[in-house]
Design a protein around this ligand. Structure first.
Ligand SMILES: Cc1cc2nc3c(=O)[nH]c(=O)nc-3n(C[C@H](O)[C@H](O)[C@H](O)COP(=O)(O)OP(=O)(O)OC[C@H]3O[C@@H](n4cnc5c(N)ncnc54)[C@H](O)[C@@H]3O)c2cc1C
Length: 418
């Protein structure tokens, strides 16, 4: 036995299973100050901030399956703040700054890797749109840089240098501080840190309905393990928020779609930054192990499965091959899918609902992983104080009533990819 490590470390069953080293296994108490529904990255980050910043420790995270079993553990881990609208640039830039110190904040290595994210331009229209986006970022004080083809190939030698290539590259918009983080580590780090501050992280506890008071306010949640009471409930239930609120007679402007990704067999290091091409419908990065992780567009038809049709994967593989002819022979080792909830304007939905005490954190479209630290911190402030901090106030549900849409999806060449 290694000195200092408890005997139970190797056990794979019971309360001493390896995860018990990370977070305390908890059963539901009859009541809490705040219940967070959904043990993905956003739910856990929210619970952490409630306990850490707002000193509210009577907090439960209720997860219907295993924490991180949703999109938190299924995404392609891209973290960036190169958006189009000032509201989204500011929010995601705040998040990127939190990513830079997240390992220290959580005392857990989330493997944030600022390797740079570059959006490729293949024609004049791409170039104009990306340069316009870079200028908007610079105007908000966010780093952005235009790279010519030679500079791009120094960074990513695998980009096809052959004249007349299927998708010739004219240049790219680079954000050097952007990159990737290890998604599982983010979930585990938040769960461990929240649990250490007294938060109950409760798995296999699906919320099936809400308890309402005489005035219509939320007073708790219904679960197969009984009613659990709380005057404040935050939903971080990507893919299920619309269904849960429909039971309360509330229709959300959300549509659920399946998004897939895959990894190839590992190869030696050939790709330093994350590369994104809207024309090829593909985004790709290389893991520390050498695999190429790639994703593309979502399925057009609505869906709630954690699996998708092979044709979509074939499209992404074709896009990858068009961008990087040298990758064409690589074998796909595994693929997976998650359910993304899309808003019609491509911006998230964070804020109160018409039910007093009930709040939503949803509508992350392709890009909620990168939002995790800011979303958790700012949503926690909303739950703790009832007031939305300025960075998330524009993303409230009522923007759809006022017609004040934040059209991140409609601007530029599909800037909402991941
Ligand atoms: C293939 C793919 C690639 C992606 N790539 C990127 C990327 O590169 N960069 C990026 O920023 N974003 C990316 N995303 C999007 C990102 O993963 C999501 O926006 C983000 O993870 C959503 O927040 P979350 O982590 O809290 O959601 P989830 O992890 O899905 O958490 C929601 C949790 O709620 C639970 N739940 C649902 N209903 C109930 C209920 N009734 N009771 C209790 N629990 C419930 C679920 O089980 C789940 O664990 C990608 C998504 C996919 C699918």
């Amino acid at each position: 036995m290694i000195k200092g490590v408890p005997r139970t470390v190797g056990s794979r069953r019971g309360p001493d299973a390896p995860t018990a080293l990370f977070w305390r296994k908890a059963d539901p108490a009859p009541a809490y100050d705040v219940i967070v529904v959904g043990g993905g990255a956003h739910g856990l980050a929210t619970a952490f901030s409630l306990a850490h910043t707002h000193k509210i420790s009577r907090v439960a995270v209720l997860e219907r399956g295993l924490i991180g079993g949703g999109n938190a553990g299924r995404n392609t881990t891209i973290v960036r703040s190169n958006y189009w609208l000032p509201e989204t640039i500011r929010f995601y830039e705040y998040s990127l700054k939190l990513w830079e110190t997240l390992s220290q904040t959580l005392d857990f290595n989330v493997m944030f890797s600022p390797r740079g994210v570059v959006f490729l331009a293949h024609d004049r229209a791409d170039e104009d749109a990306l340069i316009a986006r870079g200028n908007r970022m610079l105007a908000e004080g966010v780093d952005a840089e235009w790279l010519d083809p030679a500079a791009l190939r120094r960074l990513a030698p695998a980009l096809d240098p052959v004249p007349g290539a299927l998708l010739p590259v004219r240049g790219g918009l680079m954000q050097r501080r952007a990159g990737t983080a290890r998604h599982d580590a983010v979930v585990w780090g938040y769960a461990r840190a929240a649990s250490r501050l007294g938060v109950d992280v409760i798995e296999h506890c699906p919320v099936t309905g809400f308890v309402r008071g005489a005035g219509g306010q939320v007073e708790g949640v219904e679960t197969p393990r009984g009613v659990i009471r709380a005057p404040v409930v935050g939903l971080c239930t990507t893919g299920q928020t619309g269904t849960l609120l429909a039971r309360e007679g509330i229709r959300l402007p959300l549509a659920c779609h399946v998004l897939q990704a895959f990894v190839t067999e590992p190869v030696k290091p050939v790709l330093s930054p994350v590369v994104i091409s809207n024309a090829a419908h593909v985004y790709v990065s290389q893991t520390e192990k050498g695999e190429l992780v790639a994703g593309g567009s979502l399925d057009a038809a609505p869906g709630w499965q954690q699996a998708g049709p092979p044709e979509r994967l074939a499209e992404v593989a074709a896009g990858l091959g068009a961008l990087f002819p040298r990758f064409r022979g690589l074998r796909i080792m595994r693929s997976w899918a998650g359910v993304v909830d899309m808003t019609m304007d491509g911006s998230p939905l964070i804020g109160p609902t018409p039910v007093p005490g009930l709040y939503i954190n949803a509508g992350w479209n392709y890009g909620g992983f990168k939002a995790t630290p800011a979303s958790g911190q700012l949503f926690a402030t909303l739950l703790a104080t009832g007031t939305a901090p300025p960075l998330i106030a524009p993303f409230a549900l009522e923007r759809f009533e006022r017609g004040a849409l934040l059209d991140e999806g409609g601007a530029g060449p599909r800037p909402w990819l991941q």
